[in-house]
Write a protein that binds this ligand. Structure first.
Ligand code: APR
Ligand code: PHB
Length: 390
C-alpha cells in the first residue's frame, strides 16, 4: 500500500489530521489498533474550547455538534462553603462547548468514511521504519497477514502508550514531566444534571467535579489516591462521597441515578521535545499529557493537527518547508501554556496528602483571589476558553 501521509492512531488527533489533509487534497491512511466500536465508545474528556468548535465547524463537522453540544458561558468554583461563578464569556467574549470526545471521534470517522477515506481498524504490531529517509514504511499485521504502508511522512497520533514516540532514536527527545499524588475516579450516570455549568469543588475531603454530557446524563469526578482500586468503590460509596464534597452550599443537592460507567484515570503532566524527528511528526497525547483539571487534552490534540494540516498543505501545494520545519516550535508554545494552566488549576483545587497547613491556606487564598479580582479571573477565563494566539 502507498499513501502520502501514514497516520498511526484514530483518536481526535489522527482522525482530524486525516480529515484536514483530505480537504487539502492530500491522501492519508489511518492505522488503529482498536476496533471502531471501541474507539467510538471510549469515554474521555468533554470540553471543547471556542477555537476547537470553530475548527470543527469551519471544516464541515459542526452539524451534530451545534445541535447537541452545550454552550457554556461560565464555570463555578466551590470552596470554603461558598460558590463563585467565573463568567467566561463576559470576561473573554468566548465560550466553551460540552460535547464528549467520543462524539467528536464518531463524527470524524463518519466524515472520513463518507469521503472514501481509509481507516484500518484492528491492526496489530505497528512498526515504523525508514523515518530518516524520503520514503518511510509502516509495517503492521492485519487479519494475521504482514502488510506495509509506504508513505512520504508519518504522523504519530497514537496517544501516550503508542509506538511512535519510541521509534525516535535514544538521545533525540527530552522529556519533561510531573506526576501527582492522586488520580480521578470518573462516573457517567443516568441522572439529569443538577447544574447548567461545570462545578469545580475544593474541599477538605478532596476535589470533585460536576460535569455533564446531555440533559439526561451527568459526568462526575472525585479525587482519589493514585493506587485506588475501583472495586473498593461501590456505587453507594461514590454517591456518598460526591454528596459530601459537592453539597457544601445551603439548599443545593445533586441528582443521583444509575451509574453507567466508572473508571480511574491517573494524573500526569508530560511533554517531549521536539515534536518531530526527520519524517515523523508527533501530535496529541503521543507527545504531551496534561492533568484533566484544565480540560485541555482534546483541544491540544486538535490544535496540533490544525498546524500540521497547514504545514503539509504548504509542502505538497507549494513545496514550502517552513511550516513543517517550525511545527514543533510553534505547537510547543500552546502546549506549554496549557501545561502551566493545567498544573495551576490542579495545584489550586486538589487536596495534597499530608498537606501542610501553609499550602492549604495558599490554595484558599488563590481561589478567593480568582473570586474577587477581575484581572485574575480573566486570566483563568482566557486560558480556560483557549487563547487564540499563544
Ligand atoms: N498502533 C495503532 N494505534 C494505536 C497504537 C498502536 N501501537 N497505540 C495506540 N493507538 C491508538 C489508540 O487506540 C487510540 O485510538 O491511537 C489512538 C490515540 O488516541 P488518543 O489516545 O485519543 O490520543 P489523541 O488523538 O492524541 O487525543 C488526545 O485523548 O486521552 C485523551 O485527554 C486526552 O482528550 C485527549 C485526547
Ligand atoms: C468532562 O466533562 O469530562 C470534563 C470536564 C472538565 C474537565 C475535565 C473533564 O476539567
Amino acid at each position: 500500500m502507498r499513501t502520502q501521509v501514514g497516520i498511526v492512531g484514530a483518536g481526535p488527533a489522527g482522525l482530524m489530521l486525516s480529515h484536514l489533509l483530505h480537504r487539502h487534497g492530500i491522501d492519508s491512511v489511518v492505522l488503529e489498533c482498536r476496533s471502531r466500536e471501541y474507539v467510538e465508545h471510549r469515554v474521555r474528556a468533554g470540553v471543547l474550547e471556542q477555537g476547537s468548535v470553530d475548527l470543527l465547524c469551519r471544516t464541515g463537522l459542526g452539524e451534530r455538534l451545534q445541535r447537541e453540544g452545550m454552550r457554556h458561558e461560565g464555570i463555578e468554583l466551590r470552596f470554603d462553603g461558598e460558590s463563585h461563578r467565573v463568567p467566561l464569556t463576559e470576561l473573554t467574549g468566548r465560550a466553551i462547548t460540552v460535547y464528549g470526545q467520543q462524539e467528536v471521534v464518531k463524527d470524524l470517522i463518519t466524515a472520513r468514511l463518507d469521503a472514501g477515506g481509509q481507516i484500518l481498524f484492528d491492526v496489530d504490531d505497528v512498526r515504523l521504519d525508514g523515518l530518516d529517509t524520503d520514503s518511510p514504511v509502516i509495517r503492521f499485521r492485519r487479519d494475521g497477514r504482514e502488510e506495509e504502508l509506504h508513505c512520504d511522512f508519518v504522523a504519530g497520533c497514537d496517544g501516550f502508550h503508542g509506538v511512535s514516540r519510541g521509534s525516535v532514536p535514544d538521545g533525540v527527545l527530552t522529556t519533561y514531566e510531573r506526576t501527582y499524588p492522586f488520580a480521578w475516579l470518573g462516573i457517567l450516570a443516568a441522572a439529569p444534571p443538577a447544574v447548567d455549568e461545570l462545578i469545580y469543588a475544593r474541599t477538605e475531603r478532596g476535589f470533585a467535579l460536576y460535569s455533564l454530557r446531555s440533559p439526561e446524563i451527568s459526568r462526575l469526578y472525585l479525587q482519589v489516591a493514585p493506587d485506588e482500586d475501583i472495586a473498593d468503590w461501590p456505587d453507594e460509596r461514590i454517591w456518598a462521597e460526591l454528596r459530601a464534597r459537592l453539597e457544601t452550599v445551603p439548599g443545593w443537592s445533586l441528582n443521583e441515578g444509575p451509574i453507567l460507567e466508572k473508571g480511574i484515570t491517573p494524573m500526569r503532566s508530560f511533554v517531549v521535545e521536539p515534536m518531530q524527528w526527520e519524517r515523523l511528526y508527533l501530535a496529541g497525547d503521543a507527545v504531551h499529557i496534561v492533568p484533566p483539571t484544565g480540560a485541555k487534552g482534546m483541544n491540544l490534540a486538535l490544535a496540533d493537527v490544525a498546524l500540521l494540516g497547514d504545514a503539509f498543505a504548504a509542502w505538497y501545494g507549494e513545496g514550502r518547508t517552513n511550516l513543517l520545519a517550525n511545527y514543533s516550535r510553534t505547537a510547543l508554545r500552546r502546549v506549554w501554556r496549557a501545561q502551566h494552566f493545567s498544573w495551576w488549576m490542579t495545584s489550586m483545587l486538589h487536596r495534597l496528602d499530608g498537606e501542610d497547613a501553609y499550602e492549604a491556606k495558599l490554595q484558599s487564598s488563590t481561589l478567593r483571589y480568582v473570586a474577587t479580582s477581575r484581572a485574575y479571573a480573566t486570566s483563568l477565563a482566557e486560558n480556560y476558553v483557549g487563547l487564540p494566539e499563544v
